[in-house]
Design a protein around this ligand. Sequence first.
Ligand SMILES: [Zn+2]
Length: 176
Amino acid sequence: MNHQPFEEWLLNDKNLTHTERHELDLHLRTCTHCTALTATGLALRSANVIAPAAGFSMRFQQRLAAQKVAERRRKLWGMVVLVLGGVGLLGWLATPIIYAFLASPVEWITVIIGYFLFAITSLHALTEVAAVLVRIVPDFIPPYVWMVLVSALAGLGLLWIISIWRFSRVPQGVSA
Ligand SMILES: [Zn+2]
């Protein structure tokens, strides 16, 4: 079916003469394509583009700022609750210890000092034992053990020197 010139008229929203309008009516009765085009044109003309109310962007920005403030306040309150909760929990856990301490401070101080002394004396004893071992052990090791140790060290040293020598030779081999 030939839609011209009717399609052209509809798309350009032409002001039609009386005869043109009559021809178009006749065509529209048989043509679904141009009928649909007419309906679309009517729908587009009737759709009003709603302009944003005055001061829209300003109100939008104000609302955004208010939201940011509210969010910051929420975070602050969250932190306060967290800190208070932590302090409360700590206090709740520490209360029995504090009560026990207040009930008999001297005993507790004695216990604490006792722990410190124990730690210090055991550390001292450990260092003494280590010093004694360092002094005594060389006398206990027989000469052949020393020979084995020295030869093992020498072997390791030799291996090390050989490996360095091999590594340093590799680039030469590649370049040659
Ligand atoms: Zn048509």
